[in-house]
Design a protein around this ligand. Structure first.
Ligand SMILES: CC(C)(COP(=O)(O)OP(=O)(O)OC[C@H]1O[C@@H](n2cnc3c(N)ncnc32)[C@H](O)[C@@H]1OP(=O)(O)O)[C@@H](O)C(=O)NCCC(=O)NCCS
Length: 169
């Protein structure tokens, strides 16, 4: 199993991984729409030459009070094709991606998803760190991970994803 940055000729395979994992095209189309976003990061999991998993990180905006040098990424989407799920591939992708976000100077990463899953990577409810979601979701599903302890100190506000996310139902 290799985890690596997405390359230009991976686009179609990444599209198909997202369609297979989510059972619809919305997330795959979202990735295509976001790919050009400044500072966006995309990683794939490759098994025997086949792309079987994918994770994407895009910058989010904190609408509120936050130092200018605070860089926060949104983790979304993450996908593993059904036959390869529950074998640790999603975890490898997320851990790899978090390290890369930190190397790029990222302060924190937010995610909207299953609390039982993301808590194993250290994510905790974002509201406890002063951040709220722009979408009406229960507090426990919107989570944040500081990539460096205290990186979000003094930040209070609403997290706004790239506008492409607004099309997602
Ligand atoms: C979520 C996903 C990326 C995880 O990838 P994975 O390679 O299966 O994950 P791992 O093997 O690292 O971890 C497996 C764990 O994921 C968690 N998990 C997977 N699907 C889940 C779901 N629908 N609800 C809650 N937890 C889930 C479970 O805790 C599972 O642990 P278990 O096997 O002990 O039950 C993958 O299941 C997937 O592509 N799902 C469809 C797309 C999706 O929902 N993406 C996430 C949106 S937040």
């Amino acid at each position: 199993m290799e985890i690596r940055a997405e390359k230009s000729d991976d686009t179609e395979a990444v599209y198909q991984v997202n369609v297979a994992a989510f059972g619809r095209k919305s997330e795959a189309d979202l990735v295509d729409a976001l790919r050009g976003a400044a500072s966006a990061l995309s990683f794939v999991a490759v098994e025997s030459g086949q792309i079987v998993g994918h994770v994407f990180f895009s910058p989010v905006e904190i609408v509120g009070v936050c130092a200018d040098d605070v860089l926060v990424f949104g983790l979304a989407p993450v996908s593993v094709i059904p036959n390869y799920q529950r074998q640790g591939i999603g975890s490898l992708l997320i851990q790899y991606g978090l390290k890369e976000c930190a190397q790029l100077g990222g302060s924190a990463v937010v995610v909207l998803g299953f609390p039982e899953y993301y808590s194993r990577f250290g994510f905790t409810p974002a509201r406890e760190k002063g951040l709220e979601c722009e979408y009406p979701v229960p507090d426990e599903v919107f989570m944040v991970l500081e990539l460096e302890s205290g990186a979000l100190e003094g930040c209070v506000g609403m997290v706004r994803y790239c506008s492409e996310f607004n099309k997602l139902e």
